[in-house]
Design a protein around this ligand. Sequence first.
Ligand code: HEM
Length: 207
Amino acid sequence: MTEHATAPTSSPDAGTDPLARLRAATAQLHAELDAGLPLARDRAGPRDYQQHLALLRTWVGLLRDGGARLALLDEEAVALDAELAECERVTGRRAPVVAMPAAAQPALQADGADWGLAYVLQGSRLGGQVLYKRLAQAMAPLRLGYLQGAGGATGARWKAFVAQLKTELADQPARTEAAVQAARQAFELLLACHRAMDGGTVAPARH
Ligand code: HEM
């Protein structure tokens, strides 16, 4: 992956600003994803896109099974299911199934955790835009609707989210800490799904 210059970086002095704390706590984990995800490969193609969707869909399910309750997660599940179906229709190939056991995740249930999860989900849409611009041509006839997401409105949505995050968590160290732990847990879970995929615990795509 070649765009680390624009990917989030950690700040050594995150202080109490919730956004800075979330960034600092997850920058390394993001870098691991950025370097390893199938879609980050230089010559990523439709199969990688299907793998990416399958990975995210498994992850969203694990977050929900782990106890996370956030409307955004339900929206992600709907968007991913629709895109997986669209890819299957266009390519005639099913996405792989990532086998990961569900487990309760107390870090996702704490007061404030939803803000950390929302940070990860909203932020992933920024990365989605970068990937969309990079991959759109190579992926035709797939339209990459999931990555495109809100398109040109993505930046404004992110700004609005960040403003809300800062207001909600201002002077709330315990909830901010819960958000940080939940965001880290969410990244760790996605990385675990990725390892399961790479380690061969992935059912082969059915044709
Ligand atoms: C290979 C895939 C990915 C690439 C290339 C990528 C790249 C990027 C880039 C370039 C940004 C900064 C965008 C901007 O400032 O306009 C960003 C932000 C972010 N991405 Fe990713 N991303 C990827 C996958 C993901 C995934 C799967 C997640 C979550 C599970 C994620 C979470 C985030 C978060 C939370 C931010 C916001 C960071 C901040 O500004 O505080 N990314 N990503």
